[in-house]
Design a protein around this ligand. Structure first.
Ligand code: PEP
Length: 254
């Protein structure tokens, strides 16, 4: 059975002290000891804040994710971080292909594929982001774009490891804008993603993959989004920086 996943992408926010405080407040608010087995709450702080947050949530069911990774294990890649380094500080998840990385740091579908494969190969769980721009949606190209990004990212990932992958549908026009996709718009794309997974990996595997929604999720719209049959949780940016809002979102999902 697929898991519910609620991930908080802190982006380039917090430092050691505010990060530790936020993690402690989320732990307290979410009742981390009593989180159900079928749900994973994942905090994704900036790299340098990961160790202190990992320390703050140690012993709880809250997981730690990174926001990016390099696809090579080591070497002359100034400024980059490897999967092994992430393992060593307690990460279990890694966001790959976030639209901010695709758009601002020129990450291609091929880069995303290499990263996703490196993450899976290191026994970490990738949260693979896909989603269309507003222009692509207006041109009626949403499903075509999502299909291309999804198939490219999953190239080289086989049926035996697809269940470790989490797919995040994040329409770019909804990220940080307050323009959340309607539950119907999101469900349409999530169902499409699952149909693609079915074609690629078969029905049983496709049913087990968590497909989560991101784009201006708040404590107000979370319930309606998560009530959709193919929406298995959320990737939350802005609202994950507010412990009480994020806690409400977790409650809406579990
Ligand atoms: C994100 O950046 O992944 C995101 C979904 O941001 P926000 O929730 O702020 O729209």
């Amino acid at each position: 059975m697929r898991k519910t996943v609620i991930a908080g992408n802190w982006k380039m926010n917090t430092d050691r002290s505010s990060g530790a405080e936020l993690a402690a407040a989320v732990m307290h608010g979410a009742g981390s000891a009593n989180l159900p087995e079928h749900a994973d709450v994942v905090l994704c702080p900036p790299f340098v804040v990961i160790p202190i947050v990992a320390n703050a949530v140690a012993g709880s069911r809250i997981r730690i994710g990174a926001q990016n990774v390099h696809d090579q294990p080591r070497g002359a890649f100034t400024g980059e971080i490897s999967t092994g380094m992430l393992h060593s500080v307690g990460c279990t998840h890694v966001i790959v292909g976030h639209s901010e990385r695709r758009l601002m740091f020129a990450e291609s579908d091929y880069d995303v594929c290499r990263k996703a494969n490196a993450v899976v190969g290191a026994n970490l769980q990738p949260i693979i982001c896909v989603g269309e721009t507003i222009a692509e949606r207006e041109q009626g190209r949403t499903l075509e774009v999502v299909r291309r990004q999804l198939r490219a990212a999953l190239d080289g990932i086989f049926e035996f490891s697809i269940r470790t992958c989490i797919i995040a549908y994040e329409p770019i026009w909804a990220i940080g804008t307050g323009n959340t996709a309607t539950p119907g718009q999101a469900q349409e794309v999530h169902a499409f993603i699952r149909s693609q997974l079915r074609e690629m990996y078969g029905s049983a595997a496709a049913e087990d993959v968590s497909v989560i929604y991101g784009g201006s999720v708040t404590e107000t719209n979370a319930c309606d989004l998560f009530a959709q049959p193919d929406i298995d949780g959320g990737l939350v940016g802005g609202a994950s920086l507010d412990a009480s809002a994020f806690t409400e979102i977790i409650r809406a999902a579990i």
